[in-house]
Design a protein. Sequence first.
Length: 71
Amino acid sequence: MKLNLPFDLKDKTVLLAGAGGGWDVFGALPLAHELRRTCRVVLANYSSTLEGFAVRPAMADDHPEGQLAEA
């Protein structure tokens, strides 16, 4: 796959972020893989809690990013 973007990302940092259960970040992996050819890619995910959104350890049974973090 070759991305045909209307802007240049060479030597840039791209943040691919999701909010929720982590499946959005999991789905972004093919895009992250392709972007890594020209730029630095950072993946982030926030999971909701009763207090709002907070960074917390991922649970592998319902959050795929937990399995990715262990790999």
